[in-house]
Ligand binder design. Structure first.
Ligand code: TXA
Ligand code: MG
Length: 358
């Protein structure tokens, strides 16, 4: 896995960020998966500010982030042994556990559901923030720090781009900037998120009746979970708790995105170009000889590919192209997280090539 740069937490910035959270403000912070937009999980007004800033519908619950060693019994009512084992095996790290919600969690966090998503992230800046906030006893409610439906941010600059902020709009450092920081009190820097796609989500709240359910695939695979608890998480059923990252359309740049296998891509590209369509390519094995308006080659392994995927979608979105064409990645189990996100990015684009070729 690539090492993220600039991951050392500056104590003065962390203290300032924790103070903003304690006052009910919003702080964007790095995690190893993607950047989060955090608020005090126990303050419904602060949580409402997240929804407002993101333009997120209110029926989509947010994950509560806690420091290493946090007391799960404060946040949840029933922690099955299997959930404890998963927390022990994978926290701090890119795994979210859905558990029964304790009344300490306001309705606003869980969108009225009786469950709550809990996660202990491993990024050192996130850990420092969680340890400083309420003396390490708080919970930070945080979705990904992007506008609803957009590509998740994997750098602090992506966050600023999402919310129309300048590089010096850090809120707390400089009084002059505080007002121009908009809805975000501060953006903490932490380099490029080393995983690059959102956490794996496993529903453990209905274990007795449904077993573990994989609500969102990610870097931690279903098999790794099975290796720890002896049960392979099932695909979501109708009654599974809602997860907005599981909407059919999500993680989408403004430019239409579609996916084609390498052969079909090589055949279609010149036809599109003959029609004057500027095409941006994202591939992992495409020949360099394919000339396009823009071209990003991602590593041909799922970890490296996930690390670069969201930055590639954002960068290709900025190239003035009429279409982003993605070479279909391999379909093996290791690629489940990548394929899940790409499927949602391309959702609704089935007719786009045909209409461009008309
Ligand atoms: O890696 C991550 O999980 C990142 C970082 C910031 O931690 N967060 C993230 O949050 O991806 P968000 O809000 O973009 O996606 C969280 C997903 C959503 O699909 C939400 O619906 C689901 O988690 N979720 C949260 N609480 C839930 C619950 N109680 N039941 C079912 N799904 C839940
Ligand atoms: Mg999100």
């Amino acid at each position: 896995m690539k090492q993220a740069a600039a991951t050392v937490a500056d104590p003065a910035l962390i203290a300032a960020a924790a103070a903003i959270l304690e006052e009910g403000g919003l702080v964007a912070f790095p995690t190893e998966t993607v950047y989060g937009l955090g608020a005090d999980a126990e303050n419904p007004d602060a949580v409402a500010r997240i929804y407002e800033a993101k333009g997120r519908p209110h029926d989509h619950p947010v994950i509560v982030h806690v420091a290493p060693g946090a007391d799960l019994g404060y946040w949840t009512t029933d922690v099955p042994e299997e959930a404890r084992k998963l927390a022990q095996a994978f926290w701090p790290g890119p795994l979210t556990l859905i558990l029964k919600r304790h009344p300490n969690i306001p309705d606003a966090v869980s969108a009225g559901q009786d469950s709550v998503g809990m996660r202990c992230p491993s990024h050192p800046v996130a850990i420092a923030l969680l340890q400083a906030f309420k003396g390490g006893k708080g919970g930070v409610a945080a979705p990904s720090a992007n506008k609803f439906g957009n590509v998740s941010p994997t750098t602090a600059q992506h966050v600023r781009d999402e919310f129309g902020m300048d590089a010096h709009d850090d809120g707390a450092l400089n009084g002059d900037d505080a007002c121009s920081a908009g809805p975000l009190g501060m953006v903490l820097e932490g380099g490029s998120s080393e995983v690059g796609i959102e956490s794996t989500i496993v529903d453990m709240s209905r274990l007795a009746t449904h077993g573990p359910v994989l609500l969102r695939p990610g870097h931690i695979s279903a098999q790794q979970i099975a290796d720890v608890i002896g049960m392979l998480p099932a695909a979501p059923d109708q009654a599974a708790p809602r997860a907005s990252g599981t909407l059919e359309s999500h993680y989408a740049p403004r430019t239409p995105v579609t996916m084609l296998a390498a052969d079909a891509l090589a055949e279609t590209l010149p036809k599109l170009q003959a029609r004057g369509v500027k095409v941006a390519l994202i591939g992992h094995a495409l020949p360099a000889s394919l000339a396009a308006n823009a071209h990003r080659v991602l590593p041909a392994d799922p970890t490296g590919y996930a690390y670069g995927l969201y930055a590639a979608l954002r960068d290709m979105d900025q190239t003035g192209s009429g279409l982003i064409l993605v070479e279909t990645p391999p379909q093996g189990a290791d690629w489940a997280g990548v394929n899940d996100r790409l499927r949602r990015s391309v959702f609704g684009s089935a007719g786009v090539i045909a209409s461009l070729l008309k």
